[in-house]
Design a protein around this ligand. Structure first.
Ligand SMILES: [Zn+2]
Length: 394
């Protein structure tokens, strides 16, 4: 099992990629990568391990090979920097071409990057993706509904890259929706979180454009997987990225199609190599041939484990509640709070009434009789970092 990956890791080791103590200390005694079994003895690399180190303590790449530095937002702890090398840029371009070429993206397109100013890495990588495909782009770091509409009126944007919540912000304003539908925008490329099919259909209808999900993390290099026209999982290049799916509790390996925590190992001479990096992302890997004809494996993403609620040993994610709501006529903001009972908090909206059928589906999702509450929209507005599921303080 994983013979190809072990061979690649052995070659990387021999070329000195793991020479810094940050890696060699982990590899103590298992440097020969002789089997997947011995590989699994390498301890997981956690975010807090990275926070304790500086970028040049985690790389064999000399400063002259640096393309730039990514950083975490710092919203949940110390700001952390990652070296992004010139080699990474080339590998990144290969990933981008892999998932953008089948979508027919090319030089005749103009990209609109509507990533909010606090999502610096996302904005940069979205611009780089467009230049990789030979597209021009316009950057709008303050994507208020009005700024989005003015940008697409003034620039013949054909592709929009941002978070789902940003393109949804014009929905409900009939004038903005009309301008969006009559604009040259033909495709939405959504990143920065999960994309449910319910929200996809809402966006596609409001904008009159196709909507595709992208997936990534700044520790790898931002976007690293994307949907094809089958919209059935995120294709990625497994020759560069080894994805292990492990049980969140036992840490034992899970098979294809099973959901667990994704653990990444990068397989090229990366500026910041990942060696069994525990992502906290709840993911399944589908290795079957896709309806698009591609044999590249696909990631399916439910959300971050930290954002889920553990109910009777099962993990329930915000994406699951959103899918349930959005496919049953509710399209507003939502939260869930776990206390003695689960409270699902929705915004007060005209014209929506919870059907018995939807209430039953929500109860089934949370495996209990859920309390439904309604509050003003302002109390629920999603800032993109906010946590939709919380536990009650006791
Ligand atoms: Zn496909």
């Amino acid at each position: 099992m994983h013979e190809r990956e072990m061979k690649q890791l052995r070659e990387l080791y021999e070329s000195g990629v793991f020479q810094k103590p940050f890696y060699s200390d982990r590899l103590h005694g298992i440097e020969d990568f002789d089997s997947y079994e011995s590989f699994t003895k390498i301890p997981f690399m956690y975010k807090q391990d990275i926070r304790r180190t500086k970028p040049f303590e985690r790389t064999a790449t000399p400063p002259e090979e640096a393309y730039g530095f990514f950083s975490s937002s710092g919203t949940t702890g110390k700001k952390t920097f990652y070296l992004y090398s010139k080699t990474d840029k080339k590998v990144h371009e290969e990933f981008v071409k892999t998932y953008f070429t089948p979508l027919g993206i090319g030089p005749s397109d103009i990209g609109g990057v509507f990533a909010p100013v606090d999502t610096g890495v996302m904005a940069h990588t979205m611009m780089w993706q467009f230049t990789t495909m030979g597209c021009g782009y316009v950057n709008c770091p303050e994507p208020s509904p009005r700024n989005i509409i003015e940008s697409i009126q003034d620039v013949p944007v054909t592709l929009i890259a941002t978070r789902p919540s940003v393109v949804c912000s014009i929905i409900g304003n009939p004038e903005y929706e009309r301008i969006a539908r009559e604009s040259s925008v033909r495709m939405m490329l959504m990143g920065g979180g999960f994309l449910t099919n319910g929200r996809r259909h809402l966006i596609e209808k409001a904008w009159g454009a196709e909507c595709y999900g992208m997936f990534g993390m700044s520790e790898v290099f931002g976007p690293m997987a994307g949907e094809c026209r089958a919209q059935d999982g995120y294709h990625y290049l497994d020759k560069y990225l080894m994805v292990e799916i492990v049980d969140p509790v036992t840490h034992g390996p899970l098979g294809p199609g099973e959901y667990g925590v994704a653990v990444y190992t990068t397989l090229w001479n990366k500026g910041f190599p990942l060696l069994r990096y525990w992502t906290d992302d709840y993911i399944a890997v589908d290795t079957s041939t896709c309806r698009c004809g591609s044999d590249l494996p696909r990631l399916r993403y439910k959300g971050r484990l930290a954002d889920s609620l553990n109910i009777n040993g099962s993990y329930v994610f915000p994406s699951m509640l959103e899918e349930c709501l959005f496919t049953n006529g509710y399209f507003g903001e939502y939260r869930a709070v776990q206390g003695d009972r689960i409270r699902v908090i929705l915004e007060k909206t005209d014209g929506f009434e919870m059907s018995g059928e939807l209430k039953q589906k929500i109860d089934e999702l949370f495996m209990s009789d859920v309390v439904i509450e309604y509050v003003d929209r302002e109390q629920l507005l999603y800032d993109g970092h906010g946590i939709r599921f919380t536990k009650e303080d006791r």
